[in-house]
Write a protein that binds this ligand. Structure first.
Ligand code: ATP
Ligand code: MG
Length: 195
């Protein structure tokens, strides 16, 4: 079995989920990262061409995860079936996502928050729910960017302007910002997303 190393704040992959790897020739975390990134680039192009506005739905949330990881993981687009050290209990994922989509559509229709605030609040709540076995950080960041691009015609977030998948000062700031948000202080996350 391959032993993967994880940066701070990343979800360890259960052994039963590692079994869902579609690429048996992969032997290092660096190779896995590269394959995932290639797949995510394809998903980015797929999302760019997606013309419908119905992105704040459970169907789209699952579809995007599938598009991002379908070449790599057999469970791409499928919700967790076990609990993690982060995220809601797995059997409450659907009801939490439904509430998140309802709230977000309400914020959009009633201009409750400014555009950036809708996107980072959505990102925070989605990654807090942690619907998937892995890829929740990258998926929920792309979802936030798609809210900005597709719904508001705005530019995507810069997310600290560095690769967040690697351990770095930038990733530390990001995880700290999420931990502050856990304590109900959103000021760091708000600043981080456009830094
Ligand atoms: N303390 C925390 N509070 C809230 N969210 C957190 C916390 N720690 C980590 N996260 C989120 O969980 C993500 C890691 O989850 P997961 O491994 O499923 O996603 P990922 O896309 O593989 O991660 P990444 O590419 O960021 O390493 C982080 O990117 C971050 O968004
Ligand atoms: Mg991960």
């Amino acid at each position: 079995m391959i032993k993967f190393e994880y940066p701070d704040g990343a979800t360890p992959i259960d052994s039963d989920e590692t079994a869902g790897l579609l690429l048996p020739h992969i032997s290092t975390k660096a190779e896995l990262d590269r394959w995932e990134q290639d797949n995510i680039n394809e998903a980015d192009m797929w999302a760019e061409k997606y013309r419908r506005k119905d992105i704040i739905t459970i169907t789209f949330i699952r579809r995007l995860h599938k598009e991002m990881f379908k070449n790599v993981w057999q469970w791409a687009g499928k919700f967790r079936k076990s609990d993690k050290n982060i995220g809601v209990p797995w059997h409450q994922i659907t009801q939490n996502l439904r509430a998140l989509c309802d709230d977000t559509n309400y914020w959009i229709n009633n201009s409750t928050y400014k555009t950036d605030e809708v996107a980072w609040r959505f990102h925070y709540r989605l990654v807090f729910i942690h619907p998937f076995p892995n890829g929740n950080g990258r998926h929920s960041r792309l979802m936030a960017d798609l809210i900005l691009i597709k719904i508001y015609n705005k530019s995507r977030f810069t997310w600290g302007s560095e690769n967040l998948a690697k351990p770095s000062e930038c990733r530390k700031r990001y995880i700290e910002a999420l931990r502050s948000a856990d304590r109900n202080d959103f000021s760091f996350l708000k600043d981080f997303v456009r830094s």
